[in-house]
Write a protein that binds this ligand. Structure first.
Ligand SMILES: [Zn+2]
Length: 453
């Protein structure tokens, strides 16, 4: 019997609320109530929050003070916050990174803020501050999304993660103990996993009987592939496998669903953006519009992109008054949808997350090719177990391949022909490697562009 779940839900959480003033459960209740509101009500509430944040920013945040001008902007914010938001510049990561202090609000108490760093999958990491209220809203949004699959904060889980951490033996022990008893979860590292270790891991999972699994898309897919190859199945049906942090490609979803025998749920979030969207049981990604205002703009013009058209995602966190970042460009490409989900919730829907901005390649003629396109071509070859394509300049790219036999896989000439057709005029060199390393944050990336747009 799982005794840790009631301990977390009835003792640990209430104690954290009392001792530290933690409000995750309160915010979770608020989100569970607002999810049944109409789109109109949701948008009205969002607009109110946006108006307050914009007013606060032009008066208290160095980076935005200069915009207040003769008071026209303030008047527009009071009348139409959404229109006013478009007067604020898009904030690319590089601009924020160059001088983060300009975004720190006057009077923000640095000592009470939580320093944070993004994984830096596309280069150097970004350092920023975040406050407790914001973090707790992020957490609440995750639990709200998980609640749609019947999962609660104490639910037992197995995390299938990237590399094991760089911890000393003692630190490791204390870390795993905390994970097990305070979070009710255990971890299984997926990269570098030896096929012969699978039997032991499956036994661990069977003994532990988690309600759900959680992990990077690529790590879950590696584990799922090994399960299928070895004909291993679980004797129980988990509530869901939750994929996070990376684009979840259709072939990975299929693989994971087949191996674990349950729903695969996509969580879309960013360390510097929070939990931005969660997939409901009807398979739609619902945006956390109570916490964040999400815009999608054309990659070149930065003008709003219509529903159905992919563009750069801009995030304005509506709860962050310590370090407001307005229209912050996370670097991901997404598509908004204008459909209403059959699940009945009117939270806005995001069609898909196509991946990181730098996964988009540039042709010698100035066109764009998304990294997913390479994936769709290369996955046709069963001989390729891993690949990575890196574009160094519009006319130069390199394709690294890990193949079963270590040499050229079957049908390779056709594959190269299709890749070259996507990047006419680009010289593509091919090399065969033993493995493709994951990034510092443990993510595996298929397509990397090494130069700025
Ligand atoms: Zn839905």
């Amino acid at each position: 019997m799982d005794l840790i779940k009631p301990f977390i839900e009835h003792i640990l959480y209430p104690a954290m609320e009392k001792k530290k003033g933690n409000r995750i459960r309160t915010y979770l209740e608020e989100l569970k109530q607002s999810q049944s509101r109409s789109r109109e009500e949701l948008m009205r509430e969002q607009e109110e929050k946006l108006g307050s944040l914009l007013l606060f920013s032009i008066h208290n945040v160095e980076a935005y003070k200069g915009l207040s001008g003769d008071g026209a902007l303030e008047e527009l914010i009071r009348r139409d916050p959404r229109a006013a938001l478009l007067r604020f510049p898009v904030l690319p990561k590089q601009v924020f990174k160059a001088d983060p202090d300009r975004y720190l609000a006057d009077g923000a108490d640095r000592a009470s803020l939580i320093p944070n760093t993004t994984g830096g999958s596309s280069g150097e990491p970004t350092h920023f501050y975040i406050d407790r209220v914001t973090v707790e809203h992020f957490e609440a949004a995750r639990w709200r999304g998980l609640s749609w699959s019947g999962i609660t904060p104490g639910s037992r889980s197995v995390m299938i993660w990237g590399n094991p951490f760089e911890l000393s033996k003692a630190e490791e022990k204390s870390y795993y103990r905390k994970e097990k008893y305070l979070k009710n979860r255990i971890m299984i590292p997926a990269y570098g996993l030896k096929p012969q270790a699978m039997a032991e891991y499956i036994k661990t999972i069977e003994d532990y009987r988690p309600e759900y699994f959680y992990g990077y898309a690529s790590a879950l897919a590696v584990f799922a592939r090994l399960m299928l190859e070895q004909g291993r199945r679980l004797s129980f049906t988990p509530k869901a496998v939750v994929s996070t942090s990376e684009s979840l490609f259709p072939f990975q979803r299929e693989l994971i669903g087949k191996a674990f025998g349950c729903a695969v749920i996509n969580e879309y979030g960013a360390r510097d953006g929070g939990i931005l969207a969660y997939e409901c049981p009807c398979g739609r990604l619902h945006i956390t519009c109570e916490n964040a205002l999400v815009e999608v703009v054309d990659q070149k013009t930065l003008e709003p992109a219509p529903a159905g058209q992919p563009g750069l995602i801009l995030v304005t966190d509506l709860n962050n008054y310590s370090m407001p970042r307005l229209r912050y460009a996370l670097g991901d490409t997404v598509t908004l949808s204008d459909e209403t989900c059959p699940c009945g919730m009117e939270l806005p829907v995001m069609n898909s997350v196509e991946g990181r901005e730098d996964d988009t390649f540039v042709t010698t003629e100035g066109g764009f090719v998304h990294g997913v396109a390479f994936n769709n071509i290369i996955k046709r070859s069963l001989g390729v177990t891993k690949f990575q394509i890196v574009q160094f300049a519009p006319d130069r790219a390199e394709l690294s391949l890990v193949t079963g036999e270590g040499g050229e896989p079957e049908g390779f000439a056709g594959i190269m022909e299709d890749i070259r057709a996507l990047l006419p005029g680009t010289e593509i060199s091919v090399k065969y490697v033993e493995d493709i390393p994951v990034t510092a944050s443990g993510k595996y990336r298929y397509a990397i562009r090494k130069f700025e747009l």
